[in-house]
Design a protein around this ligand. Structure first.
Ligand code: PMV
Length: 287
């Protein structure tokens, strides 16, 4: 029997713009998915298409038990975390000797197979943890920083593929408007890299990134309510994380206002998690 766990993720800056080769910054967060795999002569019915695909890819048979601290379809990378943890538990239980890099790549192929399209960001961040700088397909881990966040989940599921297609369509129809927006998102992300230790400025940059995402039409009234409420309650800044159209938002906060910000988001119907960086990535758990 082998139990492994993998973390979720948020986008600090640059979602959607990364699809067009602009830089993005993602960070692994503390909530995890735990997966236990046990050798079995007969596979039990897989709990998800992701898990099924992990077994198909590795060609082994086993039973699986999943426990998750991450809500699904919330833009927090839960499917990537399930996939990375499942592949790692299979790797361990069946002594397949895949490296962490290989696990990250295999997890990306599983996500692509199941979702039709998937970026490698979620699976990379979940495998390696920390803060990851993405630019034109390349990924680099940045030095870890003590970034404290409140995550607010709208509980409205979103379809990343549809939102990505919407932005692509807008870019095609209005290049003279959308390209400067993407360039501005790039500017924000590049400034953001230097502000991880400066929550006030980090928050201000997140607010700008949020306005630009709204301009791309990937907002949602519920996200806007939660973001405005968080700012009103004293957050340094707040924005969508991930594809938008539902899913989750993040807020950077001043410790003095933490409870007020949490209450404000919840009073709009959001579900909150107070979290910070996970710098471990996928890890083996005690059985
Ligand atoms: O909502 P999520 O976690 O699927 O994030 C999507 C991020 C996008 O930039 C919109 C798409 C991508 O592939 O990077």
């Amino acid at each position: 029997m082998a139990t492994w766990s993998a973390p979720g993720k948020v986008f600090l800056f640059g979602e959607h713009a990364v699809v067009f080769g602009k830089p993005g910054i993602a960070m692994a967060i503390k909530p995890r998915v735990f997966v236990t795999v046990r050798k079995a002569r007969q596979a039990n019915v897989a709990k998800s298409a992701y898990i099924e695909e992990c077994f198909r890819l590795t060609g082994v048979k086993g039973s699986v038990y999943v426990r998750s601290q991450l809500p699904s379809s919330s833009g927090l990378g839960s499917s990537a975390a399930v996939t990375v943890a499942t592949l790692s538990a299979i790797n361990d239980e069946f002594r397949l000797s895949y490296s962490r890099e290989q696990i990250a790549k295999m997890a990306h192929s599983v996500e692509k197979k199941v979702q039709g399209r998937a970026s490698a960001t979620d699976t990379y961040v979940s495998s390696f943890g920390g803060i990851v700088f993405i630019a034109g397909g390349a990924k680099r881990r940045l030095p870890p920083a003590d970034i404290q966040l409140i995550v607010g989940n709208t509980m409205i599921s979103h379809n990343t593929g549809k939102l990505v297609a919407h932005v692509a369509k807008m870019k095609e129809s209005y290049p003279e408007i959308v390209e400067p927006i993407l360039n501005a998102i790039e500017g924000v992300a590049m400034k953001g890299i230097h502000k991880f230790q400066a929550p006030k400025e980090l928050g201000m940059l997140m607010d700008i990134n949020q306005s630009l995402l709204d301009a791309l039409g990937v907002g949602h009234p519920q996200l806007s309510r939660m973001i405005l409420a968080a700012r009103d309650a004293g957050a340094y800044g707040a924005k969508i994380t991930g594809a938008g159209g539902g899913g989750s938002m993040i807020a950077v906060y001043n410790k003095r206002h933490k409870n007020k910000v949490v209450k404000a988001i919840e009073s709009c119907g959001g579900k909150t998690v107070i979290t910070s960086i996970d710098s471990e990535g996928v890890r083996k758990e005690k059985e």
